[in-house]
Design a binder for this molecule. Structure first.
Ligand code: SAM
Length: 201
C-alpha cells in the first residue's frame, strides 16, 4: 500500500503538481539540461519515450528547431491530449512497441518513464530504441536518483515505489549494453540519474 499510486494512473494535474514539487520549481530548466545532454541540435529527429505532459518533448523541440521533428509517445491518452494542447507532437502508443521505422531518429530520450514499463517489456524498449536510431544516434534515459541516506530511501520506498528508492544505474547500463548501445555514461543531476549512450556506427 503506497500513499501515491503509480503516476500512469494519476491525472495530469496531480502529476504536474508532484513533479513541480520534486524539482522544486526548476523542472523546465532540468529538462532543458537533459535535452542539451542528449546532444540535440538543429534539424534533429527526436523521439521522447513515455513523454507524459510533454515537458521534455518541448525542450527537445526548442533545440531541434523548425527544421527538426520531435515526437512524444505515451500510452495515456489524457497525457497526450494535454501535451498536444501545449503545442507538442504527442502520440498515443506503447514504448515497447513503437510504430516508427528503422533508422528514423537521430536521438531518443526518455524521462521518468521506464520504471512504469512492465519489467518484462523493458529490454524491448531498448531494443526498439536501437532499431529506430540511425547508426551514431544518441540515447538518453533519466530516472529518479535514489534519495540520500537510509531514511530517505525508506521514506521513498514506503511513500512511493521500490523503483524510485533503488539506484537504477546498473539496470539501465545492463539493458543498454544488451541492446547493443556503446559508450555508456552515467551521471547524477539533482534528483535524476542520467544514462546516455550511442548506437555504434
Ligand atoms: C512519470 S510519467 C513521466 C512523463 C514525462 N516523461 C516526464 O518526465 O514528465 C511516466 C509516463 O510514462 C507513461 N508510460 C508508462 N508506461 C508506458 C508504456 N508502456 N508506453 C508508453 N508510455 C508509458 C505514462 O503514461 C506516463 O505518462
Amino acid at each position: 500500500m503506497h500513499l501515491f499510486p503509480k503516476p500512469a494512473t494519476w491525472t495530469v494535474a496531480t502529476y504536474d503538481g508532484f513533479t513541480a514539487a520534486t524539482f522544486l520549481g526548476c523542472r523546465q530548466a532540468a529538462y532543458r539540461r537533459l535535452a542539451l545532454d542528449a546532444g540535440i541540435g538543429s534539424g534533429d529527429r527526436v523521439l521522447d519515450l513515455g513523454s507524459g505532459p510533454g515537458t521534455l518533448t518541448r525542450a527537445a523541440a526548442d533545440l531541434a528547431g523548425s527544421s527538426g521533428q520531435v515526437i512524444g509517445l505515451d500510452s495515456s491518452p489524457e497525457m497526450v491530449i494535454h501535451a498536444q494542447r501545449l503545442g507538442g507532437d504527442s502520440r498515443v502508443g506503447d514504448v515497447a512497441r513503437p510504430p516508427f521505422a528503422d533508422n528514423s531518429f537521430d536521438v531518443v530520450v526518455s524521462a521518468l518513464a521506464l520504471h512504469h514499463v512492465e519489467p518484462e517489456d523493458r529490454d524491448a524498449v531498448f531494443a526498439q530504441a536501437f532499431r529506430m536510431l540511425i547508426p551514431g544516434g544518441r540515447l538518453l534515459v533519466a530516472e529518479f536518483a535514489p534519495p540520500f541516506g537510509r531514511l530517505g530511501r525508506a521514506v521513498a520506498r514506503g511513500v512511493c515505489h521500490t523503483e524510485i528508492a533503488d539506484d537504477p544505474r546498473a539496470d539501465l547500463v545492463d539493458r543498454m549494453a544488451k541492446a547493443g548501445f556503446r559508450r555508456i555514461e552515467t551521471r547524477r543531476s539533482g534528483v535524476l540519474t542520467v544514462v546516455r549512450s550511442i548506437r555504434p556506427v
